[in-house]
Design a binder for this molecule. Structure first.
Ligand code: CDP
Ligand code: CDP
Ligand code: CDP
Length: 217
């Protein structure tokens, strides 16, 4: 059987994964899937309920009692929490602070990974996250790991406006037991520290072209 029509794009916080994945998906006519937004949606529900994101048992109870739905609309995945589109609330400081604690709980990951696999198996997808090439789709068509120095990433996130300790999140994400942030052995690593967004997109399109990936099958 052939590899799933999934391009994996992993990397640390504010390395440029979302922007790059969105543009590459648009160029290919594939779906753009932001898996970080799924972990952020779970964290939003936790914060909204007044639960401490570091209280693992309480977090799990909230997540298990919440209805998460992932749909594909307008060329991208959309996550709904109890029926509501909460996307505009997912980049708040409270979500930034809590998300890595929520994301290290194995049972939370199981629920969200199942949704990610559903989308990837039914739509040609450019999927960005931390563990797409290592865990969610180890047989992805092509894997990229988008990196940048911590200094550059902190600066990029700062320019976006919300307080976000990217170094602290990376440390939690990289050291957790389940699906830690790491480049898959067969990922193409792109260090974007000295590159513009347009340069990263052009480089990735070139690499995809070399591998025969052009548009949806
Ligand atoms: O956009 P940014 O890089 O700041 O973060 P994100 O991609 O929205 O991810 C937010 C958080 O969700 C990460 O810091 C991880 O804790 C978690 N995450 C994960 O564990 N696995 C993924 N596939 C995607 C995100
Ligand atoms: O998804 P992730 O958190 O990895 O990063 P992002 O939200 O796509 O990018 C963070 C910010 O860095 C955005 O404002 C991008 O436009 C910017 N960026 C950049 O300045 N240079 C790049 N090579 C890539 C992204
Ligand atoms: O990276 P992601 O796709 O999650 O967000 P985006 O669509 O690239 O960013 C939308 C806006 O949200 C940015 O221009 C920033 O103002 C803000 N943002 C933020 O403050 N903190 C983040 N972790 C991500 C985005």
């Amino acid at each position: 059987s052939s590899a799933p029509q999934v391009i994996a794009m992993d990397g640390p916080a504010a390395s440029g994964k979302s922007s790059v994945a969105r543009e590459v998906a648009a160029k290919l006519g594939w779906i753009y899937v932001n898996t970080g937004n799924m972990y952020r949606a779970a964290t939003w529900a936790v914060v909204e309920s007044g639960t401490n994101p570091e209280d693992e048992a309480a977090v799990l109870a909230v997540v298990q009692g919440t209805d998460f739905q992932c749909t594909v609309e307008g060329g991208r995945s959309v996550i709904r929490v109890n029926g509501a589109d909460v996307e505009l609330q997912l980049n708040s400081e409270s979500v930034n602070r809590g998300v890595s604690y929520v994301a290290k709980i194995p049972q939370v990951r199981e629920i969200l990974v199942a949704m990610q696999r559903d989308v990837g198996h039914t739509h040609p997808s450019v999927m960005e996250g931390r563990d797409i090439g290592t865990v969610v789709f180890p047989d992805a068509l092509v894997k990229f790991y988008i990196d940048a120095s911590e200094e550059v990433r902190a600066k990029r996130r700062g320019l976006q406006g919300h307080a976000d300790s990217v170094g602290e999140r990376d440390r939690i994400d990289s050291t957790r037991k389940v699906a830690p942030l790491t480049a898959a052995a067969d990922a193409v690593v792109v260090d974007s520290s000295e590159m513009t967004l347009a340069q990263v997109v052009a480089r990735i399109m070139e690499l995809l072209h070399e591998r025969g990936v052009t548009a949806a099958a």
